[in-house]
Each structure stands twice: as C-alpha cells, then as structure tokens.
Design a binder for this molecule. Structure first.
Ligand code: PLP
Length: 522
C-alpha cells in the first residue's frame, strides 16, 4: 500500500519548508528583475494560495511559466490512445484559430463572416450525409456530441409531446431507446437499454411503445467501434408502424462514425438517405479532425426542430436564431472545421480514414496472433476470405478505427496471477495511454483494453506500440506479476480531489446497481 494514503502530503510539505523569516525568502524587486524568468517564478508564486484566488496577482510571465511547467505533467496528447479527440492540426490551422480566438459565435451580427462559415459547414455536412434536396436541412454547431445528442433528443421529445397533445393523450412519460454501449452523454439524457457490445435492432423493438420518442442508433460504439445497423432498425420500425401505427424516428449518434462512414464505407446506408433518420450528430473534434470544442447536429428538415428550442435574437435591423443549450461559444473551432473541409476535401478525409483503418488492422492482427483476443472486427474480412482489394475498408467488417482487446483465454489460464490492468499501467510508464475498462451492461465483467487509432498514430508508432505491448506482456509472464502490487487507485492526490464530486455522494452506487454499462470513456 502506498505511503501517501496514510499521510497528508500537503501538511508534510508545509512542515518541511524553511522558517518563514529565512532571509532568502523574498528577494527585493531589483533582485527579482535581475533573475531569468524561470528562476523568479518560484519567488512570485511563493505566497500564492492554491485553492482561492490570490488577493494580488503575479506577473503574467510568471503565471505563464508556472502553468506551462505544471501542465507538462499531463500525458502527451500524441500518445493518448484512450481518446477519440483529435490532437494535431497543421500550422496554418493553428494560426487561423489564434486569429479568431476572441470571437463569440453567438454574436451573429458582429461576426457575419464566422456566421457564414458556420452555415456553409452545415450545408457541406448535409450533402455529406445525403440529405434529400427537397427537404430543408437545419443544424447548428455545439460544444461536442454530448450537447448535440441532447438537442436531437429534446427535439424528438417536443415533437412527440405535440403529437400526443394533438391526439388528446397524456404526454408525461416519454422514453427513449438506445443500446447499453451508449456513451455517458446518452445516459444523461435518459435511461433505457439493451445488451452486449452493440444494440441488435431486433432487441430494441420490444422496448418501444406509444411513449417512445425515438431510437438512438450509435454509429461507432465507444467501447469497440462497432456500428449499429441503421437500415435494419429502420426496416423493423417500418414493420412496427404497419403493425401498430407507431411512427418512431431515428437519431444517429455519429460522434465518431459520421466522419468515418462517408469516407471509408460509401456503400453503407446510415444517414439521411434512410428516411426514418430525422437527425444526426457528430463531433467535429473527433474524426472531423479539429481540436476539442466542436460538435454538430443536423435535422433532415426544419419541421423536426421544434419551435420551443429556437431562440430569436433581435439585433439592430435583423433577427437571428439560436438553438443550442449553451449560448456563447467560440467561433475558432468552426473556422478550423472549414479549414479542414477546404484543405483536405473529400479525398483527404478518405485517405486519412483508410490509413487509420489500415493501421488499426495491423495492430489488431499483431495482437490476435500473440497473447490477445480482439473484440473489435474491422480487420475481419467481410466474407471470411482474404479480400482481393486488401486496402479497401469495405472488404472488412465495418466500424471505427478502434482496437478493443483483452488477454486471450489461453494466456489467462496459463498466467492466472496476471491482471490485465497492469498492461495499462506499464504502458503508461512508457508514455502510452491505453485504458483498461469494463464492458457495457451485460458484459460488465469483461475488461477491455482499447486503442483509438487516430490520424497521428502513424504506422511507425503502431509498430513501436506493438513492440511495447508484447514486451510488457512477456515481462508479466516471466514473473513480473509478483512485483506489481501498487495500483494508481491507491494514491492519495490532494490536488485532484479538490473541486471533484465526492465518491461517497456520487460514485459507487451506479456500479453496484449494474450500471457499468455506461462508458466514461470518450
Ligand atoms: C458514441 C459517442 N457519443 C457521444 C460522445 C460524446 O462526445 P463529445 O465528447 O463530443 O461530447 C462520444 C464520445 O466519445 C461517443 O463515443
């Protein structure tokens, strides 16, 4: 057990300081000015309180240096394979972002160019997602997919309520159906679930009744990257409508998949070309290849966005509309999204999606041929035979460039003392961030290691990752398991505990109630 669990580290630090009257404590202004900035920051910071705003501030260069140094403790975003969120853009994009960093997108009148770029992004996405030209697509940017899904859900709920009111029926018990692999954003919106790694459309149907506002289909499970089948669900809902008269809309959560499917799997029907799909969300900051802070939601037609969700903004001489949960938001990520559309084009996005999937296949096979069972299947040929066109993602099972894996049954039988989580911990010590987490509800006892293969995870890095995973795993076979008793969870981290929800008030219960099915990974 780690020592720091029993002692208060902050108290120890406090007691270990020199006596407060010690001469060197604060140099005079002249001394400090003669020091190089990185040396004076300690003195500037000496009296800074940690958990309250200081009465008097410190020079901007010291504030910068302090935070610059502190954030160096963060993991390296390039090696953060836990996250779907994009971590690199070309220099010109960064320049554009900095040039526009002080613009608030909601000030539509003041920033007409940013507004125009925003609206052009919506049109481009509408076309990418095969919106029928006869319908008038409407959409907005959001902070991410979480906000976007909530908007999609709210719009379905308002529409359902209106129809119930018009029919003279009660409208107080709406429900929504989605798979238990749903990301936490969906859980925040509602609770109702089915089983296993993805929702089988057939399993969803029995959950639907007259209070169902819609079904959310996930194009790219957070757990394993699997796509749920939009077309099959739509066909089943058509049949349900014939049998019962219930007309159930679909919202597609394409947080990751809506920027992969159009490029890697052009034959797949999942978007507005399926008439039952009324809305789609995505994260510009995942495979849209923009830095964190951007999502999109589009409705196939204005009629699906209820008027209660639209706010009129009155300006001198014009009226504009906003329909997000959050009001103010930065314009820069939207401009960065347009940068990618112009810079990459359809061809560039296609090349990147194919490259990510190629690298994911390499990793999957290397793992499967050694000590692991691979749960994702983008490396499995679609008809079980070696494909003719080996580089075409459509030759394999469809999904995100995600590799979900666990120790094989053989390995576990031969090495019963080895805990899979140690692979995560040992990879971390080499810089790689690869999470080990529990499966969704119904498979919560399965521990899964997961690598998201993003644009920055080059073939060269994949090779290094494979070598590291194999070396680490073999070191565990050779008796290394005995040494590994300290786990991350046993460390007391006062800084991290400040401002966080107390586990006794918020945590634990959900897990024991079998709610491990809601991913905390994103
Ligand atoms: C399927 C799915 N939906 C929603 C989200 C939430 O996305 P965001 O982080 O953009 O809010 C994620 C995050 O990974 C996801 O994988």
């Amino acid at each position: 057990m780690s020592l720091s669990r029993h002692i208060n580290a902050e108290e120890v630090i406090q007691k270990s300081r020199d006596h407060p009257n010690a001469k060197h404590r604060l140099g005079d202004q002249h001394d400090r000015q003669s020091l190089h900035q990185s040396w004076s920051r300690d003195e500037d910071a000496q009296n800074l309180p940690k958990y309250s705003i200081p009465q008097t501030g410190i020079p901007s260069r010291s504030a910068y240096q302090l935070l610059h140094d502190e954030t160096a403790l963060d993991g390296n975003p390039l090696l953060n394979l836990a996250s779907f969120v994009h971590t690199w853009m070309p220099e010109e994009a960064t320049k554009l972002i900095l040039e526009n960093i002080n613009k608030n997108q909601v000030d539509l009148d003041e920033y007409p160019a940013a507004t125009n770029i925003h609206n052009r992004c919506i049109s481009m996405l509408a076309e990418l997602w095969r919106a029928p030209s006869a319908e008038k697509v409407i959409g907005t940017s959001t902070a991410g997919s979480s906000e976007a899904i909530m908007l999609g859900g709210l719009a379905m709920k308002k529409r359902w309520q209106e129809a119930r009111k018009a029919a003279g029926k009660d409208y107080y018990r709406p429900n929504i159906v989605f798979g238990s692999n749903a990301q936490v954003a969906l859980e925040k919106f509602a609770r109702r679930a089915s089983n296993n790694y993805v929702m089988d459309p057939k399993d969803a149907i029995p959950f639907i009744d007259e209070n169902t506002i819609g079904v959310i289909v996930i194009l790219g499970s957070t757990y394993t990257g699997h796509f749920e089948n939009v077309q099959e669900l739509s066909d089943l809902l058509d049949q349900l409508q014939k049998d019962t008269g219930l007309d159930i809309p679909i919202h597609v959560d394409g947080a990751s998949g809506a920027f992969i499917a159009p490029f890697a799997y052009p034959s797949l029907k999942w978007s507005f070309d399926v008439p039952r799909v009324v809305s789609i969300n995505t994260s510009g900051h995942k495979f849209g290849l923009v830095y964190a802070g951007l999502g999109w939601v589009l409705w196939r037609d204005e009629s699906y966005l209820h008027k209660d969700l639209v706010f009129e903004l009155h300006y001198l001489g014009s009226v504009e509309y906003s329909f997000t949960l959050n009001f103010s938001k930065p314009a820069a990520p939207i401009i960065a999204q347009m940068f990618n559309f112009l810079n990459l084009g359809l061809e560039g996005y296609t090349r990147i999606a194919r490259k990510d999937l190629r690298n994911a296949r390499l990793l999957s096979r290397a793992l499967e041929n050694t000590y692991f069972k691979v749960l994702s299947n983008i490396h499995r040929p679609i008809d079980g035979k070696e494909p003719e066109d080996v580089d075409n993602p459509e030759s394999y099972e469809f999904g995100l460039p995600v590799v979900a894996f666990k120790l094989s049954d053989d390995f576990v039988a031969q090495n019963p003392k080895v805990k899979q989580v140690w692979i995560q911990n040992l990879l971390r010590s080499k810089g790689w961030i690869v999470p080990n987490y529990n499966g969704p509800q119904g498979a919560e006892n399965d521990e899964i290691l997961r690598v998201v293969v993003r644009e920055t995870l080059s073939a060269d890095l994949i090779e290094k990752l494979i070598v590291d995973i194999l070396q680490i795993t073999e070191s565990l076979i050779d008796g290394g398991a005995e040494m590994l008793t300290a786990t991350k969870a046993s460390r007391h981290q006062p800084d991290r505990e400040h401002g966080r929800p107390d586990k006794d008030n918020f945590g634990g219960e959900g897990e024991s109630a079998g709610q491990a099915g809601f991913s905390r990974q994103c």
